[in-house]
Write a new protein. Sequence first.
Length: 432
Amino acid sequence: MKKLFFWLVIVALTVSATLVVGAAIGETKTIVYWSMFNEQEPAAIVTKKWIEEYKKIKPEINIDVTFAGREVMTKVMAARNGGTVVDLISMEGFVLRAALVKAGISLVMDEALDTPIYEGEGLWKDSFLPGTPEQYAADDGKVSIIPFNLQTSGFFYDKKLWRDNGWAVPKTWDEFLALCETIKTTSDIAPITHDCGVDFYNDIWNYQIMARLKGPGTLLSAVEDKTGESWGDPAFKKAIEMEQELFDKGYIVEGAKGFTWPAGQQLLTSGEAAMNLNGSWLPNELRNQVSEDFEWGSFPFPEIAGGVGKISDMESSLNAWAAFNDTKVGPEIVDFLKFCTTVDNQQIFVDETWNMSAILGTGMPTALEGLGQALLDSKVLFDRHDGLAGKYPVYYKNIYLKNHDLAFLGKITPDEYIKLMKKETVRYWEEQ
């Protein structure tokens, strides 16, 4: 009888232990993830694939994803202020730096980056293109941003259209202007189309021209000059004059100043315009609107005679992930992001979104070969908006973009622009 009791106790303890272990093994943790993509975008479809495959491997980790679109940061902050848990967010790197890193509310990833990759050998940090995780680091050098999408900007065109007309890719500003004149006078095609209703498209002209005239970082340095006197450099006035000249000579399509996105870029797909200065996301945006015989071509912003910047100086920006430092699922986030940044998973992103990846070993989308190769071959990299948007977001939006738009659209003269920038730069720093 005693033996029977003994074995009953053993069985009971074994069953109890099994239930406890089973409960621990089956415990589900949830990562609340808000994405910058809209649900029907190719990048969102890829994200769903990643989550589906990850769930097969790690069924105990649930990824609760919300596709919030480009206003994700505003929506996330409002949701968190209302008590909603959000652990992980994807957005443009400079926005993440401005909103999370500078505010001290991002999860630092330095230790995680020093751990092995999801599969295979090597450290996670070594799987990224050199310098990309550090691009949006905090002032103390700590890294919170995990990049996935490498971006740049330049001119896009239809290779077939250009080949049929005998047009050659310009490498200098003089060649660019001569090409515009040729297109204008020998065809019924507008040389340039542009969505002037988008202020952060308009300033691509400005920071690219300044990078060619004076070198990357010049715009940022002017903003950081609390006296405002740096805006007196003749190059800033010249850049505005060069932009306005494109309108004055009729090189930018008629009516562009009244365009609402995406009216301008659609003229590229219809063959009514020869080229469009835009970000490397453009082919993906227009992939379902171009004809079957449209051949994507792209080239970097041309060099300017007398300028110190080179055509090999390339803009480089990132879409990335960041987690909030109050998350309860930090290790799970790291594991999920390691999974998403394997070469195989990033190649899916490249193939299906026609975008470049920040992960070494991934291929180049055919539509981006011109700009993409120029970026990989570049000697100097500079951030989108010359780094201004990430470091001084309020100045960028309320002073720089506002006043540049006025000048770009011809509502103020170049001299008036310089005067405004001097005055408002001084006022900005006085209010800090």
